[in-house]
Design a protein around this ligand. Structure first.
Ligand code: BDR
Ligand code: CA
Length: 316
């Protein structure tokens, strides 16, 4: 048995996903057994090319990238290209074409990884939960083999980034969220509230991180160009936020969280007003047993330490 921790990462790769992947790629204590790609921030083909480009610039072409679902379970796909750029990577002119993923479907790869690393696998999800819901539907016993699932999604303060109350990953495919919440998987949520409060990179930090000067450092900061504009104009943050990277940092190092709570969560699938809202029973009114652990607060400094270590790491 390897002493490295096996991780499987599911991603709708755009600018912040890419940084999260870079954080994982830089860790020599992780065995990244596979990356599944799902449509979300950008259409599936773009997300696949973005994952493959990120893998290459980080010197990790050894990590297999598998293509997953091209659209949500029920709703048509609605992307976030107005946030992450048309190409999902800030529209800075990267050549995001022509790279080849592994044959085989991401759902099959996840199921296989759950057998190969039964009882040990950490699953980290950075996009809509479509691939995970498909895996649970195909083989509900997957819950017995994956001890920990860290999800970037939802918001414990119920403030949304796509409508007033929903976070993007949950909004894109709420029916998949329902399947995952009902599955019995051991779920840990890092929401957009954490990103908005604890993972905002202000301009002086961005300048300092970019000045590290490695190709990965320049890449990770430069691809946030369109997100930075969106944050200034729409979400009114003091810089750009990095939701997937803080979720990844927490998955690797739970001490990034300074407060967590177990709660009962359910998701709104029908309402046109609150579609994708993950309702967290903060005061226990539902009388239902908790089905998830939620990160309530995180440590910005610890997160920055993880980011900085990534950007300084030797490639490969
Ligand atoms: C999440 O949605 C996407 O835009 C980001 O990649 C992140 O996964 C934030 O709501
Ligand atoms: Ca994402």
């Amino acid at each position: 048995m390897s002493s490295r921790r096996p991780f499987f990462i599911d991603t709708d790769t755009a600018s912040d996903d890419a940084v999260a992947l870079a954080i994982a790629f830089a860790r020599d204590d992780l065995d990244i057994v596979g990356i599944g790609v799902v449509a979300g921030n950008v259409p599936l083909d773009s997300a696949v090319q973005n994952a493959l480009y990120t893998r290459e610039i980080c010197g990790r072409t050894d990590v297999p990238v598998y293509v997953g679902a091209g659209h949500p379970l029920v709703f048509p796909l609605d992307t976030a290209q107005h946030v992450h750029g048309r190409d999902g990577m800030g529209d800075i002119g990267l050549d995001l074409t022509g790279r080849q993923p592994e044959p085989g479907h991401a759902v099959d790869a996840l199921l296989a990884a759950s057998h190969d690393h039964a009882g040990e696998l950490t699953l980290v999800t950075l996009g809509p939960l479509t691939n995970i819901a498909l895996a649970v539907r195909r083989d509900p016993t997957i819950v017995d083999r994956i001890p920990r699932v860290v999800i970037m999604g939802a918001a414990a303060d119920h403030v949304g980034n796509v409508n007033p109350v929903a976070e993007f990953n949950m909004w894109v495919d709420p029916h998949a969220v329902q399947v995952v919440l009902d599955s019995g998987l051991n779920l840990e949520f890092v929401g957009w509230d954490i990103s908005r409060r604890d993972a905002v990179i202000v301009p002086s930090e961005a300048d300092r991180l970019r000045a590290i000067g490695t190709p990965v450092a320049e890449f990770c900061i430069d691809i946030q160009a369109t997100v930075a504009r969106f944050c200034a104009e729409e979400t009114k943050l003091a810089g750009f936020d990095l939701p997937d990277p803080i979720a990844m940092a927490y998955a690797i190092d739970p001490s990034v969280a300074t407060e967590t709570r177990r709660m009962f969560l359910e998701v709104e699938c029908e309402s046109s007003v609150t579609r994708g809202m993950v309702v967290m029973d903060l005061l226990g009114f539902s009388r239902r047993d908790p089905n998830a652990l939620v990160v309530m607060h995180a440590d910005h400094g610890r997160f920055i330490d993880h980011l900085e270590a990534t950007l300084r790491a030797p490639v490969g």
